[in-house]
Unconditional design. Structure first.
Length: 130
């Protein structure tokens, strides 16, 4: 198996994805876009990168907040990259034993008014990794 993979890499046509001249990446992204009925897709080589991208798309402006559970993977195993790289303020509430979040806990932390001094909540991060 290793030889087959190495051979495919050695004989494959490679390019730089930044210039959209990597036929392998282009084909993969187009296949996923077609499968999902979307115009385009993006390949992320790691779960960490994918998680950070999803967080930054959910809170695109600096200082926005995403609610997440205290046991969530994003909170405990990503070195808080969403805060470091995305300038996202994590709002932490307790996870239940089954990984869910209580509606009553969510209601307590979502601002019920607009005020420039209050961090706006833009998303709730739910995970199935627990």
């Amino acid at each position: 198996m290793k030889k087959a993979i190495s051979s495919a890499i050695d004989s494959g046509t490679l390019g730089d994805d930044i210039y959209k001249d990597c036929p392998i990446t282009n084909k993969l992204e187009q296949k996923i876009a077609d499968l999902t009925g979307k115009q385009a897709s993006i390949f992320c080589p790691s779960g960490t990168q994918t998680g950070l991208l999803s967080m930054m798309l959910s809170a695109p402006l600096k200082g926005q907040s995403v609610i997440m559970g205290n046991l969530s993977h994003i909170m405990n195993h990503e070195q808080c990259g969403s805060a470091a790289f995305g300038s996202i303020m994590p709002t932490i509430i307790p996870n239940q034993l089954d990984g869910t979040l209580l509606i009553s806990d969510l209601e307590k932390v979502i601002p019920q008014f607009v005020d420039p001094h209050v961090v706006p909540t833009t998303a709730i991060a739910l995970e199935s990794s627990q």
